[in-house]
Design a protein around this ligand. Structure first.
Ligand SMILES: Nc1nc2c(ncn2[C@@H]2O[C@H](COP(=O)(O)OP(=O)(O)O)[C@@H](O)[C@H]2O)c(=O)[nH]1
Ligand SMILES: [Mg+2]
Length: 279
């Protein structure tokens, strides 16, 4: 199993697939060093971008110390807690501007187990986004209370039913995006945070005809540090879906023509026309 993974990773390195993992952090000093280590052992060829919102616990400084010793680790500092959605958008821009082929979203708290990274790469070969899904066969949230399962699982059923998205886990935050697909979207027009951000990105990918694949993952609860998710974030997601359904406001955020550039060679063929193809 390990040898098999090593050879897969070696072939990735050979093919020079450039990937970066965007990790937003807010008060994750107890997690970040171990997480970076775990990522590097699971996916040694992959770069890491920590997006820290001036964490009062000094996470940003720890990240800087790691980056000073290792040029595959990068740090982006923002002045204060600006939310998960804008952190990911900043990470996407970073990856696009620097020519990475794939950019991952990953939480810093080990809920998103780095051991899945090689599987993400396998699926990413013929996908525009791979979603680490709790709601497909083989995935799950074994430590959650029935209430939490109901809220998250029910929220996903609600979003699917309201918007017609054929994705089982559209609020999931462990993902691998193909940057060639991301760059066709007007990322700066996406203002949702939290779970709504994940739903909006999923919706945009689906409506754009991009290939979406779900990888079953077991989502583990954080062991150290505190969750930053609040009731407000749940309500935001619920209202986003409701408003999108009622007003049809969930438009596809394509790049405006004025600043649009031609998609890279070999990518255009993968992109279907907006709205008419279900992955
Ligand atoms: N940069 C940044 N990171 C954040 C912010 N809010 C949450 N995070 C990080 O986003 C990830 C997910 O947050 P978490 O609190 O674990 O959410 P939960 O898993 O839904 O409870 C963690 O790595 C947090 O440190 C924010 O406003 N800015
Ligand atoms: Mg968490």
């Amino acid at each position: 199993m390990v040898a098999e993974r090593d050879s897969r990773l070696a072939s990735l390195e050979k093919d020079a697939v450039r990937a970066i993992i965007a990790i937003p952090t807010y008060n994750e000093r107890e997690n970040i060093v171990n997480l970076v280590r775990a990522i590097q052992s699971a996916a040694p060829a992959t770069d890491i971008l920590i997006i820290d919102d001036n964490s009062p616990d000094g996470t940003g400084q720890i990240a800087d110390e790691m980056a000073a010793r290792d040029n595959t680790i990068h740090v982006m500092h923002r002045p204060g807690k600006l939310g998960l959605g804008t952190a990911y958008i900043a990470g996407f821009h970073y990856a696009i501007e620097r020519g990475y082929e794939f950019v991952f979203e990953m939480d810093a708290d080990f809920s998103h187990n780095p051991a899945y990274l090689p599987r993400f790469f396998e699926l990413a070969g013929d996908a525009d986004v791979v979603i680490g899904s709790r709601y497909v066969k083989g995935g799950g949230t074994p430590n959650w209370s029935p209430l939490r399962k109901f809220i998250s699982g029910g929220g996903n059923i609600f979003a699917r039913a309201m918007l017609g998205i054929p994705v089982h886990d559209c609020t999931a935050g462990y993902r691998c995006y193909r940057t060639a697909a991301l760059r066709t979207l007007n990322l700066d027009a996406i203002h949702a945070q939290g779970y709504a951000f994940q739903v909006e990105m999923t919706y945009n990918f689906w409506k754009s005809g991009f290939r979406i694949r779900e990888l079953p993952i077991i989502f583990e609860d954080r062991r150290v540090g505190k969750s930053k998710m609040s009731r407000k974030i749940f309500i935001e997601a619920f209202l986003w879906v409701l408003r999108a359904r009622v007003t049809g406001d969930a438009e596809v955020r394509r790049r405006p023509p004025a600043s649009a550039t031609m998609p890279e060679a070999g990518v255009s063929s993968q992109i279907g026309s907006a709205g008419d193809r279900q992955p």
